[in-house]
Design a protein around this ligand. Sequence first.
Ligand SMILES: N[C@@H](CCC(=O)N[C@@H](CS)C(=O)NCC(=O)O)C(=O)O
Length: 267
Amino acid sequence: MQLYHHPYSLESQKVRLALEERNIDYTSYHVNPVTGKNMDPSFFRMNPTAKLPVFQNGSHVLFNTIEIIQYIERIALVSSGSGVITQSSKEVVEWMYKIQEWNPKFFTLSHIPEKYYIYTSKFLRRVIIARMSEAPDLATAYHSKLKEAYETEEKLHNPQVLQRSEQHLIKLLDEVETQLEETEYLAGNEFTLADVMLVPVLARLALLGLEEAYISCRPKLAEYWTLVQQRPSYKKVIKKYFGGWKRRKTLLKTWCIVRMRCMLKRY
Ligand SMILES: N[C@@H](CCC(=O)N[C@@H](CS)C(=O)NCC(=O)O)C(=O)O
């Protein structure tokens, strides 16, 4: 089994947490979306939306986060045999869909300093154009990606889009807080795949420096956040890249690559 993913990608984090929690072995391929690696023709041919993650098991290729996680769950169920692991309950699945409904894209981009966002998005557009000339048979798909990039920039200037995204997040976190008043974890007193979906959302808020504004102000959520950060899966998938000083190192490395390639005009 192969997973094409990147530590920056929130959707990838969800899938990697599920793989770690269920103890499934896989071959990992890093595809950095900020340096435009997801635009390479080899990856683009497999997934013309260029989105991460992609999970491959033989000829079976999955792109949808929930489908991948449910597939991982089935593999874990089969390999556990004796029934140590049980299938996700209706509550777990409902939470998974509820969390997946919130798209972090505009919220995240609107909290990145504008100069970094503008520089990187210009770089990515150039990468798309360069890849398009390398693989003219994929021109239509690359064109769609270019269009998407312009639309994203336009939407980022629309206060309504940003407001809707924030309101959606607040509603989700309020529902989570109400649930955590009843149970230790999201769907009961055990960590489940619903929690696997939520942890990267909280990690994203922390990464953007918004822990106070969205997590700490909700007492149960704050307790939960402290608890889930103790898990080995969290340490391996998120803390390894973004914990403490590592955050700076991880972000700086990508920023240097982007700057260098811009300076050398190597798209
Ligand atoms: N496949 C996911 C969504 C994947 C997704 O949005 N991935 C983002 C990263 S978290 C991505 O790859 N963005 C890069 C791009 O759009 O070029 C789903 O289930 O809807």
